[in-house]
Design a protein around this ligand. Structure first.
Ligand SMILES: *[C@@H]1O[C@H](CO)[C@@H](O)[C@H](O)[C@H]1NC(C)=O
Ligand SMILES: *[C@@H]1O[C@H](CO)[C@@H](O)[C@H](O)[C@H]1NC(C)=O
Ligand SMILES: *[C@@H]1O[C@H](CO)[C@@H](O)[C@H](O)[C@H]1NC(C)=O
Ligand SMILES: *[C@@H]1O[C@H](CO)[C@@H](O)[C@H](O)[C@H]1NC(C)=O
Ligand SMILES: *[C@@H]1O[C@H](CO)[C@@H](O)[C@H](O)[C@H]1NC(C)=O
Ligand SMILES: [Fe+2]
Length: 470
């Protein structure tokens, strides 16, 4: 099955010449970090941990989290859960510099999963907010109310500086808590978190004990109630368990984590897009149909041409399963989707693709592998200035632990790889430059274990170089 192989080592001699030629274009080999990490499995934090505490008071809102609520960043979806009774789905909010309180009415829903019944899950979208403004908001009106705040992004525009955090495969272990703490205390100060899938890992428990979705919601509240987390669905969100009658994929996830998919013309919460500051972010679903003629394909086909790089220079794609990963675990799982969509990534000059799934960190060179046509043998990734950088950031720290086994030798498409837990920061400076850094949990908060000054694919096409690494 050489159709989908990257390294042509198993190829017949007839391919050897083209192999050597294309190989030569990717000559500076990547780095495998020799950092010695603690790779012991970490258990989930116990149920009585501080991070899982239920807020006091009758029917107090818990698991408060926010995400973008429209296409432009002037809306916010506020979600929370009440346990005792439905209570109110009202949100009261006001801008920091104003006494005038506005209100918005949301919806409340519940779901059952085997013998688990959820609390009352509230979702309320507030719209038409001022840009670049701090808002206070209050939920739980009528019973125990709680107040939080967020800051809206600046108006969409080409040179708007903005800082995104990147976390994937977080789970709820002590390592997860370290990752979140390092993200919070990183002096780079992420303003919005791009989450690349695999949230709670509740499916690790018998009958996918959904109370572990609740503990996860309480764990992330300390950050997700104050800044939007942009959601991507991973395989641990599927929760497909026909043995106990649970045959609707993604049931807990779609009830708990709403996203503004309709605002981008999508028909499904699993793929959608948002604009935020100078970025256009496309979220894809590795676990929904993506072949030709499928709803996801048809949406993406229309979506890429809509991106106006004069308005939003930075084109970012999020997905769960990486196209390029050189770890042994999950090796080539993203291959069929890569074959489908990589030509568009190159055609539309995507700047960077973030994925999770593989519990480690890896950054690729700008490479593409789209020349192959079944007979020409051109199946090796080559350097391609129009191609994205692929970053695997599945190192949030869940109970499955790190994957440490790597394919050897390190393939030339791989620029840097390390099996340590951590998070990423994408610090967009202006239309031409963005600084990406990766931060491992063992280091001080400001330390960049790997970093790259990204040059925008539309506005510049000059070479990039890694600026740190240790
Ligand atoms: C999680 O991290 C926070 C912030 O560092 C800390 O206050 C808390 O005690 C930690 N909880 C656990 C269970 O490790
Ligand atoms: C659900 O069923 C399992 C298996 O019978 C049991 O261990 C668990 O306690 C039940 N949970 C609830 C909420 O009833
Ligand atoms: C809780 O709030 C709801 C909605 O405001 C109200 O109808 C209900 O009476 C309150 N319950 C208690 C016990 O105060
Ligand atoms: C792209 O965006 C710029 C800046 O907002 C605008 O002037 C231009 O008309 C847009 N182009 C298209 C084709 O919509
Ligand atoms: C964009 O940001 C980069 C990196 O901070 C800086 O070197 C460059 O001068 C900036 N360009 C403009 C036009 O401000
Ligand atoms: Fe995964």
């Amino acid at each position: 099955m050489f159709v989908v192989r990257w390294d042509c080592f198993s190829f017949a001699l007839v391919f050897a010449v083209s192999f050597i030629l294309s190989r030569a274009e990717v000559c500076n080999g990547g780095r495998t970090s020799s950092f010695v990490r603690n790779d012991q499995l970490s258990n989930d934090m116990p149920l009585d941990s501080d991070v899982f505490q239920v807020p006091p008071g009758y029917n107090a809102p818990q698991q408060v989290h926010i995400t973008q609520g429209d296409h432009l960043g002037k809306g916010v979806i506020i979600s929370w859960i009440t346990q005792d009774e439905p209570g109110s789905s009202l949100v009261l909010y006001r801008a920091e510099n104003s006494e005038l309180k506005s209100s918005a009415e949301g919806i409340v829903l519940t779901y059952k999963y085997f013998n688990y019944t959820s609390g009352y899950i509230h979702h309320c979208t507030i719209r038409d907010l001022e840009s670049d403004t701090k808002y206070y908001y209050e939920v739980g009106i009528g019973n125990t109310s709680r107040q939080f705040w967020f800051i809206t992004p600046p108006e969409v525009g080409p040179d708007v500086a903005y800082t995104f955090g990147l976390v994937g495969d977080l789970g709820q272990t002590h390592d997860s808590n370290r990752t979140l703490t390092h993200y919070e205390l990183n002096p780079a100060k992420g303003q919005t978190l791009l989450f690349v899938g695999d949230l709670s890992y509740a499916d690790a428990y018998p009958f996918h004990d959904n109370s572990r979705w609740d503990t996860w919601g309480r764990f992330i509240e300390r950050n997700a109630a104050y800044q939007p987390w942009i959601w991507t669905a991973g395989n641990h969100e599927i929760d497909f368990l026909p043995d106990i009658g649970e045959v609707i994929p993604f049931k807990p996830y779609v009830h708990r984590y709403h996203v503004p998919y309709k605002a981008s013309g999508s028909t499904s919460p699993f793929w959608y897009s948002i604009k935020r500051a100078s970025a256009y972010i496309i979220v894809m679903s590795s676990y929904s149909a993506y072949g030709k003629y499928t709803p996801q394909y048809k949406w993406l086909e229309k979506e890429f041409p809509k991106v106006n790089r004069t308005e939003t220079p930075w084109l970012i794609v999020l997905m769960h399963c990486p196209f390029y990963s050189s770890y042994v675990h999950h090796y080539m799982e993203g291959e069929s989707m890569r074959v489908m969509y990589e030509p568009w990534f190159v055609e539309y000059m995507v700047d960077v693709v973030f994925a999770g799934h593989v519990h480690a960190y890896e950054r690729s060179e700008r490479i593409s592998n789209i020349a192959y046509n079944v007979v020409n043998g051109l199946c090796t990734p080559i350097r391609d200035p129009s191609a994205p950088v692929y970053i695997t950031i599945g190192d949030g720290g869940n109970l499955e632990g790190l994957v440490t086994e790597m394919t050897e030798p390190q393939p030339s498409y791989s620029a840097y790889r390390e099996a340590s837990f951590g998070h990423g920061i994408l610090d967009i400076k202006n239309r031409t430059h963005a600084h990406f850094s990766w931060h491992r949990n063992q280091d001080g908060y400001a330390v960049e274990a790997d970093s790259l000054l990204l040059h925008n694919r539309y506005w510049t096409v000059s070479e990039e170089s890694a600026v740190a690494g240790m």
